[in-house]
Design a protein around this ligand. Structure first.
Ligand code: NAP
Ligand code: MG
Length: 448
């Protein structure tokens, strides 16, 4: 079934911002309970629509329907922020002669730009806290994967959100995304996507109204496999981390460092799992390895594999099929640390497995990157685990587990070029609230 997706113009962005501005005063004046009601209805709509949403994602960007955790994740976020909209400041008697207070207030209109690899996840984890905090939003979906945002947009009115509180546009980043990041009346922007686009938005913010920007960006995650690790478990989890969604996850361990003493058994176990993946149609429940999101992503991955082959053939994979945009799970070993394959985010089912001898050496290799999103380490020695966790320059560290394992109530985000913010059920409202301090002089009040 063909879908017609509208492409938003700069004027459409202006219209969406105007609608959001008009909706903001009445929306922010509601009680947290009233703002929560449509959010909780949206959670129910998403849960009831999971198979349709999974199918739309498979059609638009090729995520296998069996990998679709996105609906449950989105529902948890809509439900949680439906209950959590209680913005609080604090009071202080610490200045003698004053009773001071701070208020937490919404920005007004906030912009949200999401990528294509888990669109429903990003829609929910950003829109729910933004509107719970009393803001009105303009969200732009990715041109590669607009269909779940389009579907959820159809439920906004039915759930009881007043018109203009959530405005969803589809279109190209360089047109509507750029117009949003330059917009003078968008006061904050939350973005998940590539480091390159994050830079462009930061520049646009500086050139327009210095809107607050929060970024979740790319990654080049390392996995460190020490000699005493449970190799079967480590191979299973690190293979899943990089091959899940055909390598199109920001936190994937695309670099694996295995201690030289256990290289052979680890490689054998990893290879066995990767070569048994069922490649094919993402709408088929038997498929666990779908296509790349589109021809552009496919070409990028194929290009990186060609670059990798200049330094040595992969031990498995390396082939691709243009007619269905699939790329075989591909493993390179003993690759130069300064090569593009080790340094750059590929966003495909391509892993480099290198070896190390000492703890200091592997920490240095893991940290020798401009990214810092998710690192995974495998050892039974608690002291090694804690020492290395502390030294790794990464926003998230999995000990005896690998991405996508995270915790919904702990900060999600990256060091260095991987981002500037931290999102979670407990953290995300913070991005969408301003602080205001009010100093009240009270005669005779004294000190504490
Ligand atoms: P992208 O190319 O940066 O695009 C992300 C979004 O930004 C899309 O909606 C895109 O629109 C839009 N955009 C492009 N240029 C823009 C501009 N100049 N101004 C404003 N918006 C603009 O990233 P992607 O290819 O969709 O996603 C993959 C990247 O996201 C990877 O680097 C991945 O690591 C990262 N990611 C990070 C996280 C995290 O939580 N840290 C999670 C998932 C993905 P169009 O697509 O319509 O051009
Ligand atoms: Mg893009």
């Amino acid at each position: 079934m063909p879908f017609i997706v509208a492409e938003a113009s700069v004027e459409d962005v202006d219209a969406a911002v105007a609608a959001a501005e008009a909706a903001f005063p009445a929306w922010s004046a509601l009680s947290p309970i009233e703002r929560g009601k449509p959010l909780k209805k949206m959670a129910d709509k998403v849960l009831a629509g999971i198979s349709e949403l999974a199918n739309l994602e498979a059609l638009s960007m090729g995520k296998p329907v069996t990998d679709f955790f996105d609906g449950h994740y989105a529902a948890v976020n809509f439900n949680y922020f439906g209950e959590a909209a209680w913005a609080q400041g604090h009071t202080s008697l610490n200045t003698p002669g004053f009773l001071n207070m701070s208020l937490r207030q919404p920005f007004g209109v906030v912009g949200i730009v999401i990528p294509w690899n888990a669109p429903l996840v990003f829609f929910a984890k950003k829109v729910a806290p933004a509107v719970a905090a009393g803001n009105a939003v303009v969200l732009k979906s990715s041109e590669k994967a607009p269909l779940t945002s389009w579907k959820v947009a159809q439920w906004i009115e039915e759930c009881g959100f007043p018109p203009g509180v959530i405005n969803v546009i589809s279109g190209h980043g360089h047109i509507s995304g750029q117009a949003m990041s330059m917009h003078m009346r968008i006061r904050a922007m939350s973005f998940t996507g590539s480091t390159r686009t994050g830079r462009a938005i930061q520049i646009a913010s500086a050139q327009s109204n210095l809107k607050k920007v929060v970024f979740e960006l790319g990654g080049k995650g390392p996995a460190l496999i020490f000699g005493d690790a449970d190799l079967e478990e480590a191979a299973k989890a690190t293979e899943h981390s990089i091959m899940f969604q055909s390598g199109q996850t920001c936190m994937a361990n695309s670099r694996v460092y295995v201690h030289e003493s256990v290289k052979e058994p680890f490689l054998e176990a990893f290879k066995k799992i990767a070569s048994s993946r069922r490649i094919g149609d993402p709408t088929d429940p038997n498929t666990n390895h779908g296509p790349q999101a589109d021809k552009v992503q496919f070409d990028t991955v194929v290009k990186y594999i060609a670059i990798g082959k200049e330094s040595g053939e992969p031990i498995i994979g390396g082939n691709s099929t243009e007619s269905n945009l699939t790329v075989q799970p591909t493993i390179f070993t003993d690759h130069p640390e300064d090569s593009r394959l080790v340094k750059e985010e590929i966003f495909g089912p391509v892993v480099v497995i290198n070896t190390f001898k000492t703890e200091a050496e592997v920490i240095a290799k893991a940290n020798d990157t401009e990214f810092g999103l998710y690192a995974s380490l495998w050892t039974k020695d608690l002291e090694v685990a804690l020492r290395v966790s502390k030294k790794i320059e990464s926003g998230m560290v999995g000990v005896n587990c690998a991405s996508p394992v995270t915790s919904w109530d702990l900060p999600f985000g990256g060091y260095k070029g991987s981002g500037t913010g931290r999102e979670s059920l407990l953290e995300s409202m913070e991005h969408f609230l301003e602080h205001k301090s009010i100093f009240i002089k009270v005669n005779g009040i004294g000190g504490i």
